[in-house]
Design a protein around this ligand. Structure first.
Ligand SMILES: Nc1ncnc2c1ncn2[C@@H]1O[C@H](COP(=O)(O)OP(=O)(O)O)[C@@H](O)[C@H]1O
Ligand SMILES: [Mg+2]
Length: 827
């Protein structure tokens, strides 16, 4: 079957007699055309493989070489019959026929004139049809002339834009004078489909043919123009990046050859190389490249230059993928924890659990956010470091104490002069790893003011749903914090915003007992201090009794921070003596302490020297841990007003009112003369400096001091208490029991009165402490009174009682003057 290779055109020397007046129809063999249309005058090389077509070529070459070349309607049909062919084709001469080895025949045909196919003349061995030449009268009107010019000019543009049409096809068209032929020639050159070509072939009037062709040409031109626009754009892009690549390579070579660039260029060059080599996130890299482009046009002396430069440095120095391999060995981790900290079983267990879960569930497992709560010096901060060591991660610490400004967490926008990233990213930069243990120290000291709430920014940092795209105002591209293990610390939970507290798993670190402190000192603090002062274990020893003294009268704390400091002082002084080659003490005993540390700062066992009237000891819970606090009540002649002084919170004032009302309504039971309430002013004073966290827990202490003053019955000095009181005298439970008991123990008070419902909290108190102490659980105020108040002791001699005029509770003294004991104030 014939297939088009390409259409050639030529000025045939033998012009067919197209203009001859009507000629009779004659029978000719048919060469069907697939996907192409042959025009008069045109040469076309064809491949013929179809048997009937091959026969047609053979028959034609044996006779006058004439055939009818006509397009078939459906290119898929093989051996087409008359009906499968268009009814207009051309009479053509077979110029050349070559039999190919594969059985096909390659021919070149040239069109002569249009013919109309009338009917089938013969079916085999080839299809022959009766074909009648078509004769068209041609008139050269002005309109035809104009049409020819228009078509030519369109064709010129098409040829210029087209990348497939040879340029000389236009020259050729210019030289054609015949309108019909011009149309045929252009139609056969254009990349048209068969339907359109056939339409041109079948349009007999030359003017109409040119008109239709001009439409096809304009369409083609549109397509070509669009194509060319796209092409130029693509080309531009390709050129630009090729050019850049080329220049950059050139620059490298030049630099290498000369070994130098001017400093600004060199800097830019190096920055570019560093950005290309860095492993920052894609968004960040895109931003870095933008900034590099800006840098190219800013003069190096301009202030903006260094702003952009600094920004790029931040992008380059932040860790983006660097991370440490986690230690999965639980036993090793446990050892690392034990090596650094004594006790603290709860925390250590939690860390090992975390590691175990992580091993089983993989790193997808969201890390918990732990919050260590406890008084100062119990090892919260230092635990963070040893957790990092146990996990095999780097350690970063950020103290939030006094952070007021959101920008401190999240940075300033770059539009600010001197803007920097927030402290989170600063810390990440320093730690150089994306998965450190990150300690947010002292979250409870976080402030907030008009400059925005840092807690809100912190929420974003700690939210596992958002912190993989943490946004720092300065950096302005998302930064992934999701691999960080955050640990927070606090002295108290009260000041931590609820939303923040919700995110965290609270682990309490209560204060240490004396025994624990002793162990910590012996096993950890002393070796560490000796080491850091360059002393060997043989040069200096501490006797156990000396250590106990230090714990009792040189330090007074829940943790061991001051103890460590005092041990440091002794080490330092010893080191100096050794350096000066003077004699030094090798064994520190209690007697030597004063030489090193000066006069003791605290009294051990701050129990009052005597049982006092109007003075009761309560237990409080402060941010420094548990402690004891004396409450004094004095009666003065007056009109029954209540005065409160000292560290009294609003809630404590309410407790005082409640205690007074209770005393008043139960006056008869305690044998208090009701007139007393009108004749005397009552002054309540809380001399101690510490601000208790929970006001109401001083309720029963206030009531006892008050009733003691009113009844002139002394309060037992060796009893401490805590509990809220209602108007009807019920005693309600309070918080911080464990801390309070440790505080009382430290103060040397061993009998404790507690609300009945706090008995369940006793579980948390170390057994050793419980063994040494004596607990009384009460439900009602009467039980407290019974326990804590002594009988009136008229004969008792102490500083206060000797001035007392009357001892009988029934007859209150004209001027009760139970002076506040100075011991309490001195403590
Ligand atoms: N259980 C303990 N074992 C060993 N050393 C401890 C322990 N608790 C505290 N320390 C030491 O006490 C000092 C103060 O601890 P630190 O972590 O600063 O306490 P915090 O952050 O709770 O105020 C540190 O030198 C720490 O190593
Ligand atoms: Mg700390």
């Amino acid at each position: 079957m014939p297939e088009e290779l390409s259409i050639l055109f030529d000025f045939p020397d033998e012009q067919p007699a197209a203009h001859d007046a009507a000629q009779p129809a004659r029978d000719l063999p048919v060469v069907p055309l697939i996907n192409t249309v042959l025009f008069p005058h045109m040469l076309a090389p064809l491949f013929v493989s179809d048997a009937r077509a091959v026969a047609a070529v053979e028959i034609a070459t044996a006779q006058d070489r004439l055939v009818v070349a006509v397009a078939q309607r459906d290119p898929e049909v093989s051996e087409p019959s008359f009906a499968d062919l268009y009814s207009v084709g051309v009479e053509a001469t077979v110029q050349r026929a070559l039999k190919m080895p594969d059985g096909t025949t390659s021919i070149v045909v040239q069109g002569r004139r249009r013919v109309r196919l009338l009917n089938t003349a013969q079916e085999a061995p080839c299809l022959r049809v009766s074909a009648e030449p078509i004769y068209v009268e041609e008139e050269r009107t002005l309109a035809v002339e104009a049409m020819m010019r228009a078509v030519l000019s369109l064709f010129e543009k098409v040829v210029r834009l087209s990348r497939t049409m040879p340029d000389d096809s236009y020259i050729m068209a210019m030289n054609i004078d015949d309108p019909g032929w011009l149309a045929d020639m252009i139609a056969s050159t254009l990349p048209l489909d068969v339907v359109h070509r056939q339409e041109i072939l079948e349009t007999l009037d030359p003017e109409e043919r040119l008109r239709r062709l001009s439409i096809l040409l304009s369409k083609e031109l549109d397509v070509l123009e669009l194509e060319s626009r796209i092409h130029t754009q693509v080309q531009k892009e390709v050129d630009r990046s090729q050019r850049e690549f080329f220049l950059r390579e050139q620059m490298k070579v030049i630099q290498r050859e000369l070994g130098q660039l001017d400093p600004a260029q060199r800097e830019l060059f190096e920055l570019r190389e560093r950005v290309a080599a860095s492993n920052m996130a894609d968004v960040a890299r895109a931003r870095a490249n933008d900034e590099l482009e800006r840098l190219e046009v800013i003069p190096a002396a301009a202030p903006e230059y260094s702003v952009v430069r600094t920004y790029l440095d931040w992008l380059l120095t932040l860790p983006w993928t660097e991370q440490t391999e986690d230690n999965h060995n639980l036993r090793l981790a446990a050892t690392a924890l034990d090596d650094n900290h004594y006790g603290l079983p709860k925390v250590k267990e939690r860390i090992l659990e975390f590691m175990a879960v992580r091993q089983l569930a993989g790193p997808k497992q969201k890390a918990p956010i732990l919050c260590f709560v406890g008084p100062p010096g119990v090892g919260k901060t230092s635990l963070g470091r040893s957790i990092a060591e146990a996990l095999g991660r780097k350690f970063a610490r950020l103290s939030l104490g006094g952070v007021h400004d959101e920008a401190e967490i999240r940075g300033h926008r770059r539009t600010y002069v001197g803007a920097l990233p927030g402290r989170i990213l600063q810390t990440m930069k320093d730690v150089k790893s994306i998965n450190p243990v990150f300690m947010l120290d002292e979250v409870d000291k976080l402030g907030h003011d008009f400059r925005g709430d840092p807690a809100a920014a912190l929420l974003e940092v700690l939210d596992p749903e958002q912190n993989n795209t943490f946004s720092d105002h300065y950096l302005d591209v998302p930064y992934d914090l999701s691999k960080v293990l955050f640990i927070t610390t606090a002295n108290i939970l009260d000041t931590i915003p609820d939303a923040l507290l919700d995110r965290m798993e609270v682990i309490e670190l209560p204060g240490y007992t004396e025994e624990e402190k002793l162990r910590i000192a012996q096993r950890f603090l002393i070796p560490r201090q000796l080491d850091s002062h360059g002393l060997s274990v043989d040069t200096l020893h501490f006797s156990e009794s000396a250590l106990r003294q230090m714990i009792r009268i040189y330090t007074y704390e829940a943790g061991v921070r001051n103890l460590e400091r005092e041990l440091g002082t002794i080490c330092r002084k010893t080191a100096r003596r050794i350096a000066e080659a003077r004699q030094h003490i090798r064994m520190i005993r209690p007697a030597q302490l004063q030489r090193f540390l000066g006069v003791p700062r605290y009294d051990y066992g701050r129990v009052e020297e005597a049982d006092e009237i109007g003075l009761a000891v309560g237990m409080v819970w402060t941010s420094n841990g548990g402690d004891v606090m004396s409450i004094e009540v004095t009666l003065m002649e007056g009109k029954g007003t209540l005065t409160l002084t000292g560290q009294l919170g609003e809630i404590m004032q309410e407790s005082a009112q409640a205690a007074l009302s209770y005393a008043r309504s139960n006056a008869s039971i305690y044998e208090i003369d009701v007139k007393t309430f009108d004749k005397f002013d009552i002054h309540i004073h809380v001399p101690e400096g510490a601000v208790p966290k929970d006001g109401p827990s001083a309720g029963i202490t206030l009531a006892i001091a008050l009733i003691s003053a009113l009844t002139r019955r002394p309060v037992r000095r060796d009893v401490a208490m805590s509990g809220e009181i209602t108007l009807r005298g019920r005693v309600l439970p309070v918080g911080g029991i464990k801390e309070k008991i440790l505080g009382a123990h430290r103060a040397g008070i061993y009998t404790i009165i507690l609300p009945q419902r706090n008995e369940r909290d006793m579980e948390e108190v170390p057994a050793q402490i419980k063994r040494q102490m004596n607990f009384v659980y009460v439900q009602r105020m009467e039980q407290v009174l019974e326990m804590a108040l002594l009988a009136p002791q008229p004969k008792k001699t102490n500083r206060t009682t000797k001035k007392q005029a009357s001892k009988s509770p029934k007859n209150p003294p004209a001027l009760p003057n139970n002076t506040p004991p100075d011991e309490a104030a001195a403590a």
